[in-house]
Design a protein around this ligand. Structure first.
Ligand SMILES: [Zn+2]
Length: 199
């Protein structure tokens, strides 16, 4: 069935929920529908509007007394926070986090010229996580080898750290998820940041 994009009070995309939950929130007046022109509707307004919608909606819910269109987008009336999802430890996210720069020479590289580098080598107990992995160019990576930076006479220019991204970047998608055209204006950067299927 149809999913609904949820925006916070400031129109930042925060979640995707089922149409059932969306209509409940609307009915309880915790949320308002947002249309293509960024107009908002209460439950009653939307019910009325549903009968004159020109476009093809995502479907209608019919009761004995009225029908109401399933909205594509709703905005929460009270919630102004942002999703606090973890930033996944993926190659793409690591490259992004370090701006496609080598952690030792500081130069910019294309993805094919970058490696993931364990600051403390794995052979010496270094972890594979945000606290110990940075991006390096291949020459720096080879030069450092299985040593600690100071042993190789190299200086790490960045502090290995976990990125903190907020906003639409953090929306979690299920595999096989379809982004509706009507959501696009609210979630333009989602394609880059949605978690990749590892299979
Ligand atoms: Zn380098």
């Amino acid at each position: 069935m149809s999913d609904v994009l949820v925006l916070n009070r400031s129109f930042f995309a925060v979640q995707i929920i089922s149409w059932r939950r969306a209509l409940s929130l609307l009915y309880l007046d915790h949320a308002r529908v947002v249309d293509e022109e960024y107009r908002t509707y209460t439950f009653d307004d939307w019910r009325e509007f549903s009968s004159i919608i020109a476009r093809e909606p995502s479907g209608y819910i019919r009761t004995p007394t009225f029908k109401i269109a399933i909205p594509d987008v709703i905005t929460l009336r009270y919630f102004d926070g942002l999703p606090r999802a973890e930033v996944k430890f993926t190659r793409r996210n690591i490259y992004e986090h370090y701006s496609y720069r080598c952690g030792y020479c500081g130069k910019n590289f294309s993805t094919s010229e970058l490696n993931l580098e364990h600051v403390i080598p794995r052979s010496r107990g270094g972890k594979t996580d945000w606290t110990n992995v940075v991006t390096t160019c291949i020459p720096c990576n080879l030069r450092k080898g299985n040593r600690l930076p100071y042993e190789a006479g190299m200086e790490l220019l960045v502090k290995p750290s976990k990125p903190r991204w907020t906003g639409t970047a953090a929306i979690c998608y299920r595999p096989g998820f379809k982004i509706k055209a009507s959501w696009q204006r609210f979630i333009d950067n989602v394609y880059w940041n949605s978690e990749l299927d590892s299979h």
